[in-house]
Design a protein around this ligand. Structure first.
Ligand SMILES: Nc1ncnc2c1ncn2[C@@H]1O[C@H](COP(=O)(O)OP(=O)(O)OP(=O)(O)O)[C@@H](O)[C@H]1O
Ligand SMILES: [Mg+2]
Length: 251
């Protein structure tokens, strides 16, 4: 049983005008096997939280802690975080020209496990995962995200999740821009990982739709850089019906 503990986390982003505070005291703990949905208005700091956990150099933790089984994540380099079992599916996945999906996945797997995966098993795992995600095998030989459609990029993120088997996964709007069928395929992928591993998931989303497929244990409302309210799945339904008005004080 593992835990990802975020304690009173304050994060600033580097801008040309200097450091700009975004997160203002986030407290959130995710245990193995749990799924936590994070909802909240645009600009409330959800992606900033994801980047801070993943170790994006532009996002600086000015105080507070992120602990993975008690180990200080903020002291780790980006690859140490990945090896420790953290995974981030980005809201806007980046293109990696010159690197095929197949090479990228094998390199990532090797780096995280500290040894290359046994070839036959690996090839078969990749093939199965791609088939499950209804990805055409030709994607394996395309460059990472280059010319991928929005939905194809999101499937590729879930492909990584299925193959890398992290302890904790942060999925930032993995449901955005998906057609109804793709949403189901992606949700099934997330559920396969939930059912076959002990992964803890932070699922950032604007829509209750994905939460009907991937039932969260907890829902957190993120407003102005901190958690404003927590509840169960019914909170997501309430937000969908009412919006965020009651959290926003008039300027
Ligand atoms: N590099 C940057 N320079 C300036 N401001 C930034 C930078 N990165 C983030 N911000 C600001 O930080 C705030 C939080 O952004 P963030 O992307 O975390 O929001 P979000 O909750 O993920 O929003 P969305 O729902 O639209 O994805 C926003 O006001 C954003 O403009
Ligand atoms: Mg975002």
């Amino acid at each position: 049983m593992s835990s990802l503990e975020i304690r009173d986390l304050h994060v600033s982003v580097t801008t040309p005008e200097g450091a700009k505070p975004i997160l203002r005291g986030v407290d959130l703990t995710i245990n193995s096997g749990q799924t936590h949905a994070i909802m909240g208005p645009n600009g409330s700091g959800k992606s900033t939280l994801a980047y801070a956990i993943a170790g994006h150099p532009k996002y600086e933790a000015t105080s507070g802690q992120v602990l993975l089984d008690g180990e200080d994540v903020l002291e780790m380099s980006v690859d140490e975080r990945a090896r420790a079992g953290l995974f981030l599916a980005m809201q806007y996945p980046v293109e990696v020209p010159g690197v095929t999906v197949s090479n990228f996945l094998r390199t990532a797997k090797t780096a995280i496990d500290g040894k290359a995966p046994a070839l036959r098993q690996w090839v078969s795992d990749v093939r199965t995962a791609m088939k499950d995600l209804r990805m055409d095998p030709v994607f394996a030989e395309r460059n990472v995200n280059e010319g991928f459609s929005g939905g194809e990029k999101k499937r590729h993120e879930i492909l990584q999740l299925e193959l890398l088997k992290p302890k904790f996964a942060v999925l930032d709007e993995t449901d955005s821009g998906l057609d109804v069928d793709a949403l189901r395929v992606v949700a099934e992928g997330v559920n396969r990982v939930r059912n076959t591993t002990d992964v803890g998931i932070m699922l950032i989303t604007h829509y209750n739709r994905i939460l009907q497929h991937v039932t969260p244990d907890f829902v957190h409302v993120f407003v102005a850089g901190r958690v404003a309210e927590q509840g169960g799945p019914e909170l997501a339904e309430r937000l969908e019906a009412e919006g965020y008005d009651r959290f926003l004080t008039p300027a």
